[in-house]
Design a protein around this ligand. Structure first.
Ligand SMILES: O=P(O)(O)OC[C@H]1O[C@](O)(CO)[C@@H](O)[C@@H]1O
Length: 421
């Protein structure tokens, strides 16, 4: 269950009603592109793809020996699985993410792994990402050196159905490979094999995850009054004059979710529009209660230049009672006999009120609980929010031209042929 609370934005309901035609027009414009394979809207259909889920489950069952799962990938090829595995891994399989190029942690990882018990999943839609290719060179060589001809069973690829270096490698070596649909972009791919394959090894309830995402799809197509994604897209649109949008999650299990949202929001919406104007707001990640002892100072007394979104669970899957401890009555007596979740909820509510009191524009998305269903709903909801904003801000939410120069300069610095010196 996902519930929007805008009690500190009293002007919102009326403004939402007044902008109804604009919002419905944006939705129509987006949906009109749905049939065009170039439109990159395939993420809308992922929650219905039960055939891929069946294939992934069969692959998981055929490989019960895995004790360490190493994901090689970056950006949308790592952030989604990392966020969900961190929240829902109950399997005992250890996960490692090589989504960087710092040698020491990679060396430490290699020295600690047993290749016979390790499955490496290289994830790259393009098959051209330098960080992922570098990691693949290391781990493919490591598997070959340690396992001989058996190495092929320990490497699975997730990539484009037809193109790119990873697809070519899979075909040449007869490797197991899963496809990222051509019309699904990286930061929208968490419900494709990019997320589903690792999460199957993490023992996550993937049916519930996809069921929640289907709920978000249903609401995105609903009439205005029930249309949660249009409501939060409009909240972002109404506050587009504020340069910062804070995404603050009150869940330790979801601590990697803000990084996933930062890529989704900033890489989709930080663009030039049709007239060449620079468009976009900056997503700032935050974690409760950690940032009550950090960024909240800035949010309370710094510039009133932020739209703040709190993501707060309303219930716990299980709670932990705080015992009485003799000698701590003075300072901690008010906690005796309360549940830890009661403290989490009180702190989230207090922060919500304190931020509103400071004059920041703030709203809350309440999750019924941190469950696969509720988080699947939230992820797909945020993808719809982002896609609607692309229409409202007249930008292409599904490309990322701005990241290309850095890649070309890297190639030149490394002397890649055809990229200058
Ligand atoms: O999955 P790939 O093609 O390796 O891309 C990884 C990431 O790099 C980007 O393409 C940006 O360079 C992101 O959009 C993407 O999530």
């Amino acid at each position: 269950m996902l519930r929007l609370d805008t009690r500190f934005l009293p002007d919102f309901p009326q403004a939402f009603k007044e902008h109804g035609p604009l919002l419905l027009q944006a939705r129509e414009a987006l949906l009109a592109k749905r049939k065009d394979p170039q439109s990159m809207l395939g993420w809308m259909d992922l929650p219905e793809d039960t055939e891929t889920l069946r294939r992934i489950r069969r692959y998981r069952e055929a490989n019960p020996w895995v004790e360490d799962f190493v994901l090689l990938g970056i950006g949308g090829s790592a952030l989604g699985p990392k966020a969900l595995e961190s929240a829902f891994n109950e399997s005992g399989v250890r996960f490692h993410y090589v989504d960087h190029v710092e040698p020491e942690p990679v060396l430490r990882l290699l020295r600690g792994l047993d290749p016979r018990k390790t499955l490496v999943n290289a994830v790259s839609k393009s098959g051209a990402t330098a960080e992922t290719l570098a990691a693949l060179l290391v781990f493919l060589n490591w598997l070959r050196e340690n396992l001989g001809e058996d190495w092929r069973r320990h490497l699975v690829l997730t990539t484009d159905p037809r193109r790119g270096a990873l697809r070519a490698l899979a075909e040449k070596e007869g490797l197991e490979a899963f496809s990222i649909p051509e019309n699904v972009g990286g930061r929208f791919s968490v419900l494709s094999p990019v997320g589903l394959l690792p999460l199957a090894f993490a023992g996550m309830d993937l049916e519930a995850l996809l069921m929640g995402a289907r709920k978000a799809n249903e609401l995105a197509l609903a009439p205005l009054e029930e249309n949660l994604p249009l409501k939060t897209a409009f909240l972002q649109h109404l506050h587009r004059h504020l340069p910062i949008t804070v995404f603050m999650v009150y869940s330790e299990r979801l601590k990697y979710l803000p990084a996933w949202f930062v890529q989704l929001h900033d890489e989709s919406l930080g663009k030039r529009d049709g007239e060449g104007n620079r468009v976009g707001t900056t997503a700032v990640p935050a974690l409760g209660p950690q940032d009550q002892h950090a960024q909240v100072q800035l949010f309370r007394e710094g510039p009133l230049d932020k739209l703040i979104v709190l993501v707060v669970p309303e219930g716990a899957m299980e709670d932990l009672l705080l015992p009485q401890v003799e000698g701590l009555e003075g300072e901690a007596g008010y906690l005796f006999g309360k549940g830890l979740f009661q403290l989490l909820k009180a702190e989230a509510e207090a922060t919500y009120q304190a931020l509103a009191e400071a004059g920041q524009r703030v709203y809350t998305l309440y999750l019924s609980e941190v469950s696969p269903y509720a988080v699947g709903w939230l992820l797909q909801h945020l993808m719809w929010q982002t896609a609607f904003l692309g229409e409202l801000w007249r930008v292409n939410a599904f490309d990322q031209p701005g990241v290309e120069l850095g890649k070309r300069l890297t190639f030149a610095l490394l002397g890649r042929p055809g990229y200058g010196s």
